[in-house]
Design a protein around this ligand. Structure first.
Ligand code: FE
Length: 341
């Protein structure tokens, strides 16, 4: 007797997880997104207004979304996967979940280092992972690179996020590519020796710990600092663009990662799905997409938000982001060996 109400309730819940519940009159795309609703809905609404294509979306963490795509196989209703960090996009591609998309427009709008060499995914915004410091206890002249945070001068002064986060796995992967394995492991051991407190579960906590005086420096994605500064301009934490000067490979530029997307291998309408990616790569959408999360546009013709502009220009590491995916497993093993948990 209870079955029917339960069914109705669970149906309501699954509908509530979708962006648009009305029966579609025209073309429709289904997007699986690890970006939360508030970061995608305004953009998708604009796409629908521009093109008449409705978008239904499901949001979840990257892991569950990939598992779901795998389980659904060719029967998946998803046309597009939107997620963050190249490690996740790389994995989706490796699992055969994304289809190759030759597109001259995507190639024109998105720099080659920010897309898959095999055209299975593209970056849609740039996220920079750099150094943050206490404006009360650190002079910017003391800072230079990720590697230098392993020096004894930072003993008991460093805060890090856990090594379990893909952001740090990707950063370490690029360090392996730049410095070689042996030198990178030395740096990781230095970081661990310098920790003021055990690693935190989030970038926000790293920034809060610096503000609270628990430590003096840390490494975070810049959008977390941008958000906190927007709420509290007096926060005594500032951004330092890492790895801008010195000798090779220390001057390679700040580690950048992407949020990005790909057309699913299961999509029955890949051309329409590709159209969404192309639309997202154009200047107007780029501005809106990057601004929603205080990230940087991938399209070089699009300027960053005013909030980010005051941090000044930075040199980004030109290493193709795909390398971070390729070296991810090695990075994870190395962090474990070095005692970075
Ligand atoms: Fe994040």
């Amino acid at each position: 007797m209870m079955l029917r109400p339960l069914l109705i309730i669970s149906l309501l819940f699954s509908l509530a997880a979708c962006g648009r519940n009305e029966t579609p009159a025209g073309p429709q795309l289904v997007v699986y997104s690890s970006r939360i609703e508030q970061l995608i809905k305004p953009i998708f609404d604009q796409f629908s207004a521009d093109t008449g294509v409705q978008i239904r979306y499901v949001t979840d963490s990257a892991g569950p979304l990939l598992a779901r795509l795998r389980a659904e196989g060719q029967n998946s209703p998803a046309d597009v996967l939107v997620t963050v960090d190249v490690g996740n996009l790389w994995q989706a591609a490796e699992l055969g979940l994304l289809a190759e998309q030759g597109s001259p427009l995507l190639e024109k709008n998105i720099p080659v280092s920010l897309r898959d060499p095999q055209s299975r995914w593209v970056g849609l915004s740039i996220r920079a992972r750099s150094i943050v410091y206490s404006t009360e206890r650190v002079a910017p002249a003391e800072l230079s690179s990720y590697e230098q945070l392993a020096d004894a001068s930072w003993s008991g002064r460093l805060c890090l996020r856990t090594a379990k986060k893909v952001y740090n796995q990707s950063l370490v992967a690029t360090m392996i590519s730049a410095n070689g394995a042996e030198r990178t492991e030395q740096v990781l051991r230095g970081w661990v020796d310098n920790l003021a407190v055990p690693p935190f579960s989030s970038d926000n906590k790293v920034i809060e710990a610096i503000a609270a005086g628990q430590c003096d420096v840390g490494i975070v994605n810049t959008y977390y600092l941008a958000r906190m500064k927007a709420d509290n301009p007096a926060l005594p934490v500032a951004l330092f663009w890492a790895n801008q000067q010195g000798d090779e490979p220390l001057n390679r530029g700040v580690h950048v990662n992407i949020s990005g997307a790909g057309v699913t291998a299961a999509s029955k309408q890949p051309a329409l799905a590709r159209q969404l990616l192309e639309w997202l790569s154009e200047a107007d959408a780029q501005q809106a997409f990057a601004q929603l999360n205080q990230e940087f546009p991938v399209n070089p013709d699009t300027p960053p938000s005013t909030l980010l502009k005051h941090w000044g220009p930075f040199k980004a590491d030109q290493l193709p982001v795909v390398e971070a995916g390729r070296l991810q497993a090695e990075a994870i093993r190395m962090m474990d060996r070095a005692g970075y948990r």
